[in-house]
Design a protein around this ligand. Sequence first.
Ligand code: B1M
Length: 216
Amino acid sequence: MTSLASNVDRIAEALIKGQAPVVKALVQESLNEGIDPEIILNEGLIAGMNVIGKKFKNDEIFLPEVMISARAMHAGLEVLDPVLSNAQVQPRGKLVIGTVRGDLHDIGKNLVSMMFRGAGFEVIDLGIDVPEEKFVEAVRNHEPDILALSALLTMTLPMMKTTIDALEAAGVRNVSLVMVGGAPVTEKFAKEIGADGYAPDAASAVEKALELMRSR
Ligand code: B1M
């Protein structure tokens, strides 16, 4: 039990220090030791990134440090990806996902993608800084069950509404269920902009998507 806690703590510490190769090695080591991938993710990688977020907010660290820690997070997630997205079930839906225009944050979006792949969804990831026209085109071409929009900045939240309006204007609003998420997004905001669903994290995004698809 002590070794489990210390291994996961070491992942968080290495992420905070921005040591990508160390994070990568520790995540692999932890998996080899049989530590639950969700514990590695939540108590190691995400816990470390939360510390970075707080330090950044308090001006204790600056953008370059955040970028270096984000790189370490990506290195850890790369190792976790095949485990988290190892689908145990038959394909049960299609997801198009992207971070909205003006927003470059992709760690949360990537996690949401992994969880959907793990739940047996085909996932089309449009990346970051996705303009509304590109979301419209993807809905037209792929007709996904779910269109997921991610935003991490208060400043880019309005792009979610812009995207929903663009879907309306293009006559494809009802092709897919639109879900929104990301740290500044709330259930109330999702309702206000006319989204079909909101989820606070990657795991509940899958649950919410399945619930919405069932009741469609
Ligand atoms: Co940025 N950044 N950042 N940043 N950054 C935040 C978001 C911030 C809260 C930091 C702070 O002040 N404490 C702040 C935003 C404040 C605000 O607007 N409310 C901020 C800022 C200000 C900025 C810049 C403006 C800084 C600057 O330039 N002065 C700049 C903006 C650039 C841009 O986007 N145009 C910027 C840049 C960056 C980096 C590039 C350095 C880097 C991103 C690297 C990358 O993503 N590749 C970065 C990082 C790493 C962060 C923090 C530290 C960590 C974000 C993260 O990855 N969290 C962040 C502080 C924080 O969040 N504590 C911060 C871990 C991730 C697993 O969580 O992304 O929340 P999260 O995803 C969760 C849920 O939100 C949810 O599920 C995920 C998994 O559970 N979810 C969804 C996400 N998308 C979903 C979609 C769904 C459902 C659920 O669809 C259905």
